[in-house]
Design a binder for this molecule. Structure first.
Ligand SMILES: *Cc1c(COP(=O)(O)O)cnc(C)c1O
Length: 360
């Protein structure tokens, strides 16, 4: 830290992204990327001419992509906001609705960026503990007194809430923005995008990073009532109007042209998830019932860091967490069936022979 840094940022505990190792080839199950490539239309969309066009600024209004998203979700373009990754949208939302002492309410175990943005924007962060089974108690968010921020499915648990429960939270917070982060919704949970037509306080955030295989393209979007979207636009155009590059705009628009491809990918990933969960349970692991493209699992007698290190030594990367309630767990991204078989074999190897699993 230099002596010039504003004291307000001196204590910031920045978000730690998952490893992106450059030294050797791992089976990478640590950052919830898709194991499958983007749709063929995406690969065709980026050609020599589009690269040559990089001399020009991109369309700051993202007109074509916004129209395609509006069509995909059955809303109007004025209900859609596009940004450089959904992290960018979370940042704007915390700025707009939770900065400078205003309250932001989220679960104690959730996406690691919420507390980081809360600290960055000097929010009053109010965390609500998950229940013993890691589920969210909706009543914890009734009359929240500030913006509510919930990932559905939640990360890193993978557990999801049905729309009527989210509607209950919306109804109890008419004067607060309720942000539902649906980064993983396409893998088996139900989206609340349709509720944006009825609730002016609902902001739904999604991303191209996970289900649409474009993590490297950096594209997120929000859907909500026109006034909320206008707020986010105001912040985007006060920060970096050209934040989304031309190639990513082309890639994302092309991705939306082939929904069947992504539906099949998501179905395949969900199927691999269920198979992997069953295999890990047979080995004696506790695996939460996930609706996301990852599993949250703990092995008997082995903490998360030990399991992580054992897997890393065997060429497989997963993620572990250090909080008391999550330190026994690892989060395992769903890869290809072959990758998950390698993972299961490695876990079996680490637990060793003679570890007869307790019968559930
Ligand atoms: C991955 C993730 C994001 C961020 O996605 P980007 O669009 O890549 O920035 C947001 N929220 C949750 C819960 C995530 O897991």
């Amino acid at each position: 830290m230099s002596r010039y840094l504003d004291r307000a940022y001196a204590g910031l505990d920045a978000y730690t992204p998952g490893e992106q190792p450059q030294d050797r080839t791992y089976i990478k199950l640590n950052t919830n990327e898709s194991p499958y490539p983007p749709a063929p239309a995406v690969l065709r969309a980026i050609d020599a001419a589009s690269v040559a066009d990089l001399r020009l600024y991109p369309d700051p209004a993202c007109t074509a992509l916004t129209a395609a998203l509006a069509e995909t979700y059955g809303v109007q373009p004025e209900n859609v906001f596009v940004a450089n990754g959904s992290d960018d949208i979370l940042n704007f939302a915390f700025t707009a609705y939770g900065a400078n002492g205003r309250r932001v309410c989220f679960p104690d175990i959730s996406y690691g960026f919420y507390p980081v943005y809360a600290a960055l924007h000097h929010s009053e962060a109010v965390t609500r503990p998950l229940r013993e089974d890691f589920s969210i108690d909706p009543a914890d968010y009734f009359e929240a007194g500030g913006m509510v921020c919930i990932a559905n499915p939640n990360a890193p648990t993978g557990l999801s809430l049905p729309p009527d429960v989210i509607e209950d939270i919306l109804r109890h917070n008419p004067d607060q923005v309720v942000l539902i982060d649906e980064a993983y919704v396409d893998f088996g949970a139900t989206s609340v995008v349709p509720l944006t037509a009825c609730y002016e306080n609902l902001l739904v955030v999604q991303t191209f990073s996970k289900s649409r295989s474009l993590a490297g393209g950096r594209l997120g979007y929000a859907i909500g009532c026109a006034d909320l979207i206008a707020d986010l636009m105001r912040l985007k155009f006060s920060t970096n109007p050209y934040a989304i590059n031309r190639l990513s705009l082309l890639a994302a628009t092309a991705a939306l042209s082939d929904p069947a491809y992504y539906r099949e990918n998501c179905a395949r990933i969900a199927q691999t998830r269920e198979k992997t969960a069953a295999a890990l349970r047979t080995l004696g692991l506790t695996v939460l019932p996930s609706k996301a493209n990852f599993l949250f699992a703990s092995a008997p007698g082995v903490d998360g860091e030990t399991l992580y290190l054992g897997l890393k030594a065997r060429g497989i990367l997963v993620r572990y967490f250090s909080k008391p309630r999550t330190r026994d767990f690892v989060r395992i991204t769903i890869g290809t069936p072959e990758e998950m078989e390698a993972l299961t074999a490695a876990v079996r190897d680490i637990l060793g022979p003679g570890e007869t699993p307790p019968t559930a």
